[in-house]
Structure formats: structure tokens, C-alpha cells
Ligand binder design. Structure first.
Ligand SMILES: Nc1ncnc2c1ncn2[C@@H]1O[C@H](COP(=O)(O)OP(=O)(O)OP(=O)(O)O)[C@@H](O)[C@H]1O
Ligand SMILES: [Mg+2]
Length: 257
């Protein structure tokens, strides 16, 4: 049965989508069948895998509103073992449209239960907010992968993030766990980055991945070519980091089992 993981931090621009696209692409390359759910109306995960948002007929929006079956909406990408449930800008409206529905926090969970056996891993890309879409994803998943940017305000908002996870755990999803914390956009030349790594490790204790993702311009360029970085420039630092992170992720998972 597939494991479902939300890539979440309510803070914007910390590397959620970059981590989601590149970690899942590396895991797919390792032979694991992977579904990526783009739950962000910005649709950066969808376009990051080379899918033109305007050309997609049905999206996660139609599935959430019960107008389309998930199996008919998932798209197979050109990348090894990667399937995507695409997003669209309409999804922004879902925040409001879903509030009128009974058991609205469980909509995504019920949808993903139908297909979780078909995949090894399912990654959900969350928007940078604490609205109904994010709550749906925290209820639907087994664990949360938290990207943290190596910058001055890195830990700002982290207590709110942990508070949200605790609330969901107490009230809506008892089995919710922290999958791990990924430090991203590390700049080895800056003392600040080094300090942030120490602080984050102190706060999250053993949950921080050993692999740290450096700031690497190839990671920022790859989405405009519609490719995960390992397909865009397999030898760059960003590719090496996400490949290492995927190996660490899988090793930890397979140890647990
Ligand atoms: N390691 C990195 N090196 C260089 N640029 C990066 C790196 N990680 C992310 N970026 C760039 O930083 C910006 C924000 O990253 P990303 O979109 O992954 O964050 P996000 O948390 O998903 O943002 P949002 O909250 O808006 O969804 C993007 O322009 C991305 O290309
Ligand atoms: Mg994003």
C-alpha cells in the first residue's frame, strides 16, 4: 500500500514545490511508482513536470468537487514512474466551495484511499496557507515532509506549523507523523546558513535529513524547461542533492518496514 506524504510549510517560497518535483522525480527514477498531487492553485508542480496547465482538461478541482473520477484525471508524465494529478487556477475557488460540504476535511482522504494501492508513494504539494486545501491534505496523508529555507527567519512560523500539525493529529488524523525536515537553499559561504542548520537541528532533533539542498541556479531554471532537475542537468549540484535525499528517504523508509 502506498505511503501518502504532504510537502508542507505554510510559509511561502521555502522550496516546497522544488522539493516535491525533484524528490519525487528521483524516487521515480529509483523504480518506485509515484503519484504527485498538485493541490496548489499556482500549479507550479504541474508545470514543473512539463504539463501545460491550460491544456489539461480535468484537474484535481473536478475530482474534489466530485465531478470526475481520480483515475480518469491522473496523467502519466514522460518521466520514469511519475504520474500527476494536475492543478488549475480554479482550485483557488475550491477553498470556498468546499466549505459548504459535509465532512469537507475528509474529501481528499476518501479520494486517495481509492488509488493508494496503485502507487508506492504519493506526494501532495500544498499551497502556502492554512485553508481547506491544506487541511484536506493533512487529513489525507500519513506524514508531513517539511522544507525549511536556510535564511534568517527560517524558524519563524515553525511553532504555528507544529501547532497546526498537532491540532490535525488530535482531531482529524491520529496517525499523522513528521516524515522529515529538509533544509533547502543552503549557501555554504554564508555563516548565516550554517547557523540556521544548527538551530533547525536543535529544534527538530533527529527529524532533519542529513542531506542539505544547496542553493543552485539549475534548480530554479529547470521548471521553465518543464523538467525535474535530474532530467534537465543530471550532473549539477541540485541533481546530486535531490538524488542523495531520495536515497536517504528510501533507506529510512525501508528500515522502518
Ligand atoms: N535550492 C534552490 N536553489 C535555488 N533556487 C531555489 C531552490 N529551491 C527553490 N528555489 C527557487 O525559489 C523559489 C521558491 O521555491 P518553491 O516554489 O519551491 O517554493 P514553495 O515553498 O513551493 O513556494 P510557494 O509557497 O509559493 O508554493 C522558486 O523560484 C524556486 O525556483
Ligand atoms: Mg509551491
Amino acid at each position: 500500500m502506498g505511503k501518502i506524504i504532504a510537502v508542507f510549510n505554510q510559509k511561502g517560497g521555502v522550496g516546497k514545490t522544488t522539493t516535491n518535483v525533484n524528490l519525487s522525480a528521483c524516487i521515480g527514477k529509483m523504480g518506485k511508482k509515484t503519484l504527485v498531487v498538485d493541490l496548489d492553485p499556482q500549479g507550479n508542480t504541474t508545470s514543473g513536470f512539463g504539463i501545460e496547465k491550460e491544456e489539461v482538461e480535468y484537474t484535481v478541482y473536478d475530482v474534489l468537487l466530485g465531478e470526475k473520477n481520480i483515475k480518469d484525471t491522473i496523467i502519466e508524465t514522460e518521466f520514469d514512474n511519475i504520474f500527476i494529478l494536475p492543478s488549475s487556477t480554479e482550485l483557488a475557488g475550491a477553498e470556498i466551495e468546499l466549505t459548504g460540504i459535509d465532512n469537507r476535511e475528509f474529501i481528499l482522504k476518501n479520494i486517495l484511499e481509492d488509488i493508494r494501492e496503485d502507487y508506492d508513494y504519493i506526494f501532495v504539494d500544498c499551497p502556502p496557507s492554512l485553508g481547506m486545501l491544506t487541511i484536506n491534505s493533512l487529513v489525507a496523508v500519513d506524514s508531513v515532509l517539511i522544507p525549511i529555507q536556510c535564511e534568517y527567519y527560517a524558524l519563524e512560523g515553525v511553532s504555528q506549523l507544529m501547532g497546526t500539525i498537532s491540532l490535525v493529529k488530535e482531531n482529524l488524523n491520529q496517525k499523522l507523523e513528521i516524515q522529515g525536515v529538509v533544509l533547502s537553499m543552503f549557501d555554504g559561504r554564508a555563516n548565516l546558513s550554517i547557523q540556521v542548520v544548527d538551530e533547525v537541528k536543535k529544534y527538530f532533533k533527529g527529524s532533519v535529513y542529513t542531506t542539505i539542498v544547496p542553493r543552485n541556479v539549475r534548480l530554479a531554471e529547470a521548471p521553465s524547461h518543464g523538467k525535474p532537475v535530474i532530467y534537465y542537468d543530471p550532473k549539477c549540484k541540485g541533481s546530486l542533492a535531490y538524488t542523495e535525499l531520495a536515497e536517504e528517504f528510501i533507506d529510512l523508509e525501508e528500515d522502518v518496514i
